[in-house]
Design a protein around this ligand. Structure first.
Ligand code: ADP
Length: 489
């Protein structure tokens, strides 16, 4: 099956969060199973060019309509870990993708609406006829709209669209000018059953467009698919999602075990398996050395996260003090695009600087993340909401016990040591329901208590966690089933 992914991110060249990992992991899995896959991305100036092999201009004559003029684009081709990627490079005074950052500009909606039109224009002109176009999040919500309202009539009659929602916290809310920008008729599209936002008057909602016009919509975990239809986590789109529930399903993300695996991870000081799990403690000692933490008989709790309200920054802060007051060391590795949040944590770092049981690293550091997962005993993921979450799954692979809030993908992957209805050998962590300090403490207390009082049970829990298989094998099969289901007969 010929699949084209239209996406704003693909790890490792253009990654802001889990979306980038998913595109890379799923595309690899599809390719391994013999399906031709191509990926279309913007050509950002801030990409990891060192990870693109053989980048060359493959198409130099792409004119993309923009309001009533044309913007000339070059399209580059290169391999990213064997995946075929096309990068669209527009030439205009707007400098859409040469801004040093992937997101965070006032005209982000304009930039990605342009990218959608450019991706379709490229497929048309390059005579690409994928059976499936797979798009991701608000940035590509206009792809199915353009396909069915415009490109179907000029020859792209075959493709079916799968649209994946990675986070409904961002929906691309904008005005009618965006539709005129890409050549669509606002009068026809700003209606309640199409792109009109459900609660903001005449606003255009790009994610709603993606949901309405695609053939299948997926979320990145089954629990999140339910939550966005029946709780406030739909963030205003509950009604639209329930209307289209027939074509909505959740597929849990997979992990790339070539990258995240204590048996082969070349970043870590001492590799290990379930059979040699005692070697994990050498990594704890190495992490302590690296971060100038005290060596002693106590557990080490970690956070590896974007520092975002969604991720529960207030609870992370509380967790730091709770751990330090209850015989547990803490390491936090996190960063935020929001300067105020970063400054809060930098201030906290300064305040705790002399504490030998605490290290806060404010920044993005992939190498350090590879030391934290094997070095920690528990990882704290206190999200307000979590579409899937990769950190808890990565931690489990390294035998590090997740302590999570019971929401979204965290609820689908972590089964409480004391309260789960699963058999004991399938329990793999701790979870809590209430998004407040008491909720968090109820789980942290139990985890720290087990570590101190019943080390043999704690070790069983670690082995249970390591036995879970969250690779791309199952999700790959689910996505292929969805593609087959929506494909033209
Ligand atoms: P999201 O996509 O919402 O940010 P996920 O849990 O799905 O969250 O994915 C987070 C990914 O980013 C994981 O691979 C995690 O290890 C990595 N990560 C998050 N913050 C940092 C950081 N400060 N330094 C290094 N890696 C990080």
């Amino acid at each position: 099956m010929f699949v084209v992914m239209v996406t704003p991110e693909c790890a490792p060249v253009a990654k802001v969060g889990g979306l980038g990992d998913v595109v890379q992991g799923l595309a690899n899995e599809l390719a391994i199973r013999g399906n031709p896959v191509e990926i279309i991305l913007p050509k950002y100036d801030c990409m990891r060019y060192d990870r693109i092999w053989g980048l060359t201009k493959s198409y130099g004559d792409l004119s993309v309509p923009y309001f009533d003029r044309q913007i000339h684009c070059d399209v580059y081709f290169g391999l990213v870990d064997d995946l075929k990627c096309f990068f669209i490079d527009p030439h205009s005074e707007h400098n859409f993708f040469n801004r040093g950052l992937f997101y965070g500009h006032n005209d982000d909606v304009t930039r990605f609406a342009f990218f959608c039109r450019a991706a379709l224009e490229f497929m048309l002109k390059a005579n690409k006829h994928p059976e499936i176009v797979h798009c991701h999040d608000w940035q590509t919500g206009l792809v199915p709209v353009l396909l069915y309202e415009m490109y179907k009539h000029v020859g792209m009659t075959h493709p079916r669209v799968c649209y994946t929602l990675h986070n409904l916290g961002h929906q691309g809310i904008t005005g009618e000018h965006i539709l005129r920008q890409v050549g669509l008729n606002p009068g026809h599209l700003i209606t309640h059953d199409r792109l009109r936002d459900d609660s903001r008057g005449n606003a255009v909602n790009l994610v709603k467009g993606g949901i309405v016009y695609s053939n299948f919509v997926t979320t990145v975990s089954p629990r999140y698919a339910w939550e966005i239809q029946y709780t406030g986590l739909g963030m205003g789109l509950q009604h639209t999602l329930r209307t289209h529930s027939q074509k909505l399903g959740g597929v849990l993300n997979g992990l790339d075990y070539k990258v995240w695996n204590p048996e082969i991870d070349s970043h870590i000081p001492c590799r290990y398996t379930i059979e040699t799990i005692e070697n994990k403690y050498k990594n704890k000692e190495a992490l302590r050395d690296r971060l100038w933490l005290r060596h002693g008989f106590m557990p080490l709790a970690a956070v590896v996260s974007r520092l975002d309200r969604q991720k529960g920054v207030e609870l992370m802060r509380h967790a730091i003090f709770y751990c330090l007051g209850n015989g547990c060391q803490v390491v936090l590795l996190g960063s935020s695009p929001d300067a105020a949040i970063n400054n809060d944590f930098l201030w906290l770092k300064h305040r705790l600087n002399e504490n030998p049981d605490c290290h806060l690293e404010v920044g993005y550091n992939e190498d350090l993340a590879h030391l934290v997962y094997p070095g920690a005993d528990v990882i704290i993921v206190p999200s307000a909401y979590e579409p899937c979450g990769l950190t808890q799954m990565i931690a489990m692979k390294y035998g590090t016990i997740p302590i999570v809030r019971n929401t979204g993908g965290l609820a689908d992957t972590v089964f409480d040591a004391d309260h789960s209805d699963r058999p004991y050998h399938e329990r793999n962590g701790y979870s809590f329901n209430d998004y407040n300090n008491q909720g968090l403490e109820s789980a942290l207390r139990r985890a720290i208590g087990l570590w101190h009082l019943y080390p043999q049970y704690f070790r069983e829990l670690m082995c249970n966690a390591m036995r879970y298989e969250y690779s791309w094998k199952d999700p790959g099969t689910h996505y292929l089933n969805i593609y087959n289901y929506i494909k033209e007969p």
